[in-house]
Design a protein around this ligand. Structure first.
Ligand code: PSU
Ligand code: MN
Length: 353
């Protein structure tokens, strides 16, 4: 067996196999890869994917435009090339031009940009819409282009009351399909963190989770706090109290974890959860109270049943309640994940080349 495997390996041609991206392009798929990103991918420079649902639906103007640009600058500071992903006039953009970023950030444009999840991709392309890609959709395009690291703010997950509403973000399922290391500040604090972890990794036993036990699947996604503790971060706060089996605070180790997974040909992603910087911890507790209030309000006014509109509504209500403190924290954690994402991507590239 060993000899055969060795012999087979020695017959692997030295040329790169045609990527899924070039196959899609060959079929005429409406995808534009920014020349800088294309060059980086072809010459083995590290690339970090960034999303645009936070530009179109997550952050208010004018800060949405500024933050989208700033995250690219942070990624560049680590020696990586940013690939901000979005949909403009029905074309998938892997790496946005400045004018594209401005177009997506203009929330007063009509028709409005769509918040794009897996289910929205094909209709948005066919109808030539503009769209901000959520983590789910950004994972799909990053995987298509063979981009291995994607940095963002908060992962979607099981909404509070999700055992009844079955509102579980498509972000989670996508992490099982896309071999991409997602670097985020944990899951959005508006969610049920315990049930989200349960759904993702199925190793935690949480009281009162009986109904979701019947629904749950083993997604088997590695969840790794980027920290010197195993405490999973809680978006606005560095610690949630939920423990994970693994952790690291070393970009090289995180890169080795990703590399080992894909050397084996495993086709799922991994979640590297970077806590918000410690100086935001105190504020985080106050913001969390506003989050709890906003979630209660959404249950009373019916917003909580509105699918993909729930998250944008909650985020803007929390911003209102905290007089924009939540926005400041959100920006800080986004920049932090972009920085760590860049460091991990740079280390990963050393292993992959
Ligand atoms: N976290 C934020 N702001 C956001 C999002 C997450 O702080 O705008 C976005 C991400 O793009 C994530 C999406 O993929 O919300 C999840 O939405 P939903 O619950 O509808 O899947
Ligand atoms: Mn949701």
């Amino acid at each position: 067996m060993y000899g055969l495997a060795r012999r087979a390996a020695s017959h692997v041609p030295a040329v790169r196999f045609a990527s899924r991206l070039s196959l899609a392009l060959g079929r005429g798929a409406p995808i534009d890869v920014h020349p800088e990103v294309e060059d980086a991918l072809a010459t083995g420079k590290p690339v970090v994917a960034l999303e645009t649902a936070l530009t179109t639906h997550g952050l208010p103007p004018p800060i949405n435009l500024q933050v989208t640009k700033d995250l690219e600058t942070v990624v560049r500071s680590t020696g990586c090339i940013p690939a901000t992903i979005g949909i403009v006039a029905g074309r998938v953009k892997i790496g946005l031009e400045k004018s594209d970023v401005e177009r997506l950030a203009d929330v007063h444009r009509t028709p409005h940009s769509v918040k794009i999840s897996r289910r929205d991709i094909a209709p948005a392309l066919a109808s030539k819409a503009d769209g901000g890609t959520t983590i789910c959709a950004t994972l799909i395009f990053a995987a298509l282009a063979n981009i291995k690291v994607f940095a963002t703010g908060g992962l979607g997950g099981v909404h509070r009351g999700g055992e009844n509403s079955m509102d579980v973000s498509a972000d989670l399922q996508e992490l099982t399909r896309c071999p991409v290391g997602l670097v985020s500040a944990g899951v959005k604090s508006i969610l049920d963190i315990g049930r989200t972890l349960e759904y993702l990794v199925r190793y935690l036993l949480i009281d009162g989770c009986q109904s979701i036990y019947r629904l749950r699947k083993l997604l088997g996604v590695p969840v790794i706090p980027f920290s010197n503790t195993k405490d999973f971060p809680a978006f606005f706060s560095p610690r949630s109290g939920f423990q994970t089996p693994w952790n690291t605070n070393d970009p090289a180790m995180a890169a080795r974890m990703l590399h080992a997974q894909w050397q084996l040909g495993m086709d799922n992603g991994a979640l590297i959860a970077v806590p918000i910087p410690e100086e935001y911890a105190e504020k985080g507790e106050i913001i969390q109270q506003a989050v709890n209030q906003a979630v209660l309000e959404s249950e009373q006014n019916g917003m909580s049943k509105r699918g993909k509109d729930v998250t944008p509504w909650l985020l803007s209500r929390v911003a209102e309640l905290t007089k924009h403190d939540s926005i400041d924290s959100n920006i800080a954690l986004l920049k932090n994940t972009a920085l760590i994402g860049g460091k991990i991507a740079a280390q990963y590239q050393l292993l992959a080349n």
